[in-house]
Design a protein around this ligand. Structure first.
Ligand SMILES: NC(=O)c1ccc[n+]([C@@H]2O[C@H](COP(=O)([O-])OP(=O)(O)OC[C@H]3O[C@@H](n4cnc5c(N)ncnc54)[C@H](OP(=O)(O)O)[C@@H]3O)[C@@H](O)[C@H]2O)c1
Length: 245
């Protein structure tokens, strides 16, 4: 019997695969045999060498700032793409998202660039009967008081999963999503560098711990695999129970 989680001969691209959750996903697909491309904001892979949560070993890195639609259009094409994971994410702290500039910075990355990347790779995914996964957040399902753009863009990402899933199923593309809870990464450093905020965050999680990028990667492998062949338009919540409380 063939192993459904063997991705040998397959190609994956993880946008936002240079760091944190996306990097964990990229390395999981590489470990499962895939050829893996990642995009990030820095000029070269070497620029991530000292960064905690960034392991670019064995990954093909390309610098693409996805907040610039023209940069997405100009990025190298991939003829046949089995799995596209859109894991790019931005947040503004200190009430920055209440300003027009801050709002656009977050929405451009968390929502507009997701559609731009999906549009760019639609032909390559169609060619491969591939799958697309959009990484949103549990913030899609509850208020995040200081982050209106983050919450709204992540809720929109969940809606986009449903819409693209319905639209692109006829092209042989399966679209699904993953909504992570709390994971220690560059993005959540502000919370987890502070002992009191860490305790507060963890107290809300029934499993009483943060998630690991590898645990999010397991969900991504499953959704990309033939084991999920009849799952369409769903956002899988991977949050240790955070949204249950
Ligand atoms: N950590 C959590 O608790 C949590 C919870 C729910 C949802 N999420 C979501 O999970 C995803 C990954 O976040 P993370 O926690 O792993 O944070 P992270 O380590 O900061 O990773 C964010 C990724 O997005 C990339 N990115 C940001 N802006 C970009 C831009 N303009 N162009 C291209 N790439 C850009 C980053 O590139 P660089 O490495 O070059 O900066 C990085 O690869 C995000 O969508 C986030 O909203 C995270």
């Amino acid at each position: 019997m063939t192993d459904p989680l063997d991705f040998s001969g397959k190609t994956a691209l993880v946008v936002g695969g240079s760091s944190g959750i996306g990097n964990g996903m990229a390395q999981a697909f590489r470990a499962a045999g895939a050829e893996v491309h990642v995009w990030g904001t820095r000029a070269s892979a070497a620029d991530y060498a000292e960064e905690e949560g960034s392991d670019l070993t064995g990954l093909h890195y390309t610098h693409v700032d996805v907040s610039d639609p023209e940069a997405i259009d100009a990025a190298p094409a991939i003829d046949r793409l089995d799995t596209l994971i859109l894991c790019q994410g931005a947040v503004q702290y200190g009430r920055g998202e209440f300003t027009r500039e801050g709002w656009h910075k977050v929405v451009d990355v968390n929502l507009t660039s997701v559609m731009d990347c999906g549009r760019k790779f639609h032909p390559a995914l169609k060619e491969a009967d591939g799958s697309l996964q959009i990484i949103s957040s549990t913030a899609a399902f509850h208020a995040t008081i200081g982050n209106p753009a983050y919450g709204a863009s992540k809720a929109a990402a969940v809606a986009l999963v449903r819409n693209l899933a319905a639209a692109w199923a006829r092209d042989g593309i399966r679209v699904n999503g993953i909504a992570p809870g709390f994971v220690k990464t560059k993005m959540t450093k502000v919370t987890f560098d502070d002992e009191e905020r860490t305790e507060q965050a963890i107290s809300k999680i029934p499993l009483r711990r943060t998630g690991d990028p590898a645990e999010l990667a397991s969900a991504a492998l499953f959704l990309a695999s033939p084991m999920a062949s009849y799952i369409l338009g769903q956002t899988l919540v991977v949050d240790g129970g955070l949204t249950l409380t």
